[in-house]
Design a protein around this ligand. Structure first.
Ligand SMILES: [Zn+2]
Length: 270
């Protein structure tokens, strides 16, 4: 896979489905420099970086990524071997968060390193010892899985579709009890997508096993990706079409898994 887990997921969606604009971040720089420069014939930052990328002069990179913050807060749950009780059923919330101050602004990703290390270490002790990999290998896998899950929320909220549109942010984008299944299901589906796009089979299997391990004791919303992906009409292209259709709903109550999957088959006639 591309070295950087953010590029691995975002560039794949961009290259395969035309989602997002890796160079959008340069538009702001262009606006600022336009204000200063009188010469309209000079190429813009956006055009220059895009040209260099397309001509293999730069490594492919998704520049317009969200801010990612690594937090050192002490984990609030005891993941030690002695604690054999069920895991908290919102593990992904303990490990990371995608936080928006306002729905019509881009959010930020937070990763909670202490909890991530503890889950990676627990997996290493319980299941990873015979794989001849060190503890840190599994901690890194847990961190990447959580990062992909949070990027899944960012993709749903902020990444433009191949129609160049985002969600109707002031009306139908809302995360509450009635839409949580859809948002968590989509975050998990994008996590799964990132895992199956790992080229090396052994590495892919290791990631899949850690992902399954992290699903134990989890609330049903963290399993909703199965409902989406097991649908007979499922395809990744169809899922993205379903998201585009959800985004134009006017009522957040219509943001349901049923509505999402009902839009997937129409891809055949598109
Ligand atoms: Zn989530």
């Amino acid at each position: 896979m591309l070295q950087d887990p953010v590029d691995h997921l975002l560039m794949s969606l961009h290259n395969n489905f035309g989602w997002g604009d890796p160079f959008e971040v340069f538009d702001k720089m262009d606006e600022e420099s336009n204000a200063e420069s009188a010469d309209e014939n000079l190429p813009t930052y956006h055009e220059t970086i895009k040209y260099m990328n397309e001509n293999d002069m730069l490594q492919q990179k998704y520049h317009s990524r969200p801010g990612i913050h690594y937090k050192k807060d002490e984990c609030s749950y005891n993941f030690s071997k002695e604690n054999e009780g069920p895991w908290p059923d919102n593990l992904f919330d303990l490990l990371g968060k995608y936080i928006v101050d306002r729905y019509d602004e881009e959010g930020k990703i937070y990763l909670f390193e202490d909890c991530i290390s503890k889950v990676g270490e627990k997996y290493f002790i319980e299941s990873g010892l015979n794989l001849k990999k060190g503890k840190q290998y599994f901690i890194n896998i847990v961190r990447e899985i959580v990062l992909w899950h949070e990027l899944g929320h960012w993709i749903t909220h902020w990444m433009t579709g191949n129609d160049n549109c985002r969600w109707n942010l002031t009306e139908s984008y809302i995360i509450n009890g009635s839409t949580k299944d859809t948002h968590e299901g989509l975050a998990q589906a994008f996590t799964f997508y990132a895992i199956i796009k790992i080229y090396d089979q052994n590495q892919r299997n290791n990631y899949l096993q850690v992902f399954n391990y992290m699903l134990r004791d989890q609330a049903s919303c963290y399993h909703k990706h199965y409902e989406i992906m097991n649908h007979p009409n499922f395809s990744w292209k169809g899922l993205l079409r379903g998201i585009k259709m959800l985004r134009i709903k006017e009522n957040p109550e219509q943001v349901t898994i049923d509505n999402l999957v009902s839009e997937m088959p129409k891809i055949l006639f598109n």
